[in-house]
Design a binder for this molecule. Sequence first.
Ligand code: TEU
Length: 567
Amino acid sequence: MSERDAPWWTRAVVYQVYPRSFQDSDGDGIGDLGGVLQRLDHLADLGVDVLWLSPIYASPQADNGYDISDYQAIDPMFGTLEQLDELIAALHARGMKLLMDLVVNHTSDEHPWFVESRSSPDSPKRDWYWWRPPRPGMAAGDPGAEPTNWQSFFSGSTWELDEASGEYYLHLFDRKQPDLNWENPEVREAVYAMMRWWLDRGVDGFRMDVINMISKDVAPDGHLHDGPPIPGTAFGDGTGSYLYGPRIHEFLQEMHREVFAGRPEPLLTVGEMPGVTVEQARRFTDPARAEVDMVFQFEHVSLDRGRSKWDVRPLRMRDLKTSLGRWQAGLADVGWNSLYWDNHDQPRAVSRFGDDSSGFRRDSATCLATLLHLHRGTPYVYQGQEIGMANFPFTSLDEFADVESLNHYVHAVSTGADAAAVLSALRRMSRDNARTPVQWDASPSAGFTTGTPWLAVNPDHVEWNAAAQRDDATSVLAHYRRLIALRHDLPVVALGDFAMLLPEHDEVYAFTRSLDAETLLVVCNLSRTTYDLTSLLPGAAGAELVLGNLPGTPAELRPWEARVLRL
Ligand code: TEU
């Protein structure tokens, strides 16, 4: 890809706002659009190009807005459509773009489409969702009578019985999130029309929630297939039927044609795709196929787990290198990577991949940032990451709010798991770690709200907050600003070829980026060990420092030090 024909998003940095936890403007303890508008200077000051806004649509909030009951209305808790228009205008005035979350694998069970679908087996919208009778020879409600043995992402079966009709409906996530039936062309047209409506309003693209799951492998007679049993549970693994369904490429190409093709404005589409392989990602992001611009893959956030995310295992840095390196190589000539450490579904990066103990928190947060932002791809900054926000010191179940965490606790404990062990896994991996309010200042509610925050503020905010870092040139925040500027300034950061160095090393992550005559060497020490830099990488000696996270350029590579050098 040459500098001239590289799309705008190859040099862009995206900032994710999880609105419920970003900034409250009306004192109800829940962040809102008014709050986002108040904090736009923070984004402009960082220098980010795109704001990705997690869902603000009308929703019963069973999954914090990922359960939508009206795609074309703003939830009153978050504000009004006028404020959304105001946000679009304010972002555009600052040269930024707005990426909306698009959640169309499922709706809320309170969406009028589902209400109508549920009302009767003869409803014209019955086929908009996945309704199925009990397993042949069994009665509705019998244990094991569910149409397939699939386990939900949020614990239990993916099937919920509707007593009135004696049929089950499919929900890959919570039972309040029924899956839409994309086999039905009316469903697809309704979704595309809604998307066009948002683009006409001025939004600049979509982050598409679990978009690889919209096509299900369904037999011509409507039968869905059981998955292989999951040891130790009553369920099977259904992912083979829907992570890469037979019509997924067809649906995405159709969506592209019906929604995006021919629009003159520069847009961005990113598909969130749990389980996607690098080979599949090449197809999804090959511009010639016109599907999506980039995908979120999950490989590097699955290296510290066993069979489930709650089965937490130590992370080997070498595995991280192997994985990220393979994605860099796999999408080098075709397609494009998105780059992220965390988001609203993952624990905080500095706690998970870095070292959040007080002596290393700042250095490991800036080291991880340097590593990620110097890869080839579009980096995503999750709110609070730019100030080094860490996991929350949870001690009891009543501190959690997330449906995934709570469902898991109930299911695990009711099937015999040790409550203390479950709690300790939640503490490490719960999505609530990422959902505590953004720490703007040292005041009691961290400047997030004048009321009572919906989820407790991390007590470490007295030290770790944006106000304390804004004018400190050595802060995590200042480092993010420099990294983002570097990507804008140097074409080699955006487009340069990636080559991994020291692939066998357990603690030092090093690589080069090259474009035309320019080569950068990036060295990141992911440990507390001090290394002799020249014996590791002779080329580093005497090279010009472009950006580092510690002062000076001594001969040794210090704990959690990152350097970007020009060769
Ligand atoms: O997440 C997709 C996903 O795979 C989830 O299983 C998520 O990664 C989970 O937390 C992993 O344990 C998307 C959204 O980002 C998430 O917030 C939603 O809850 C989910 O889809 C359903 O819409």
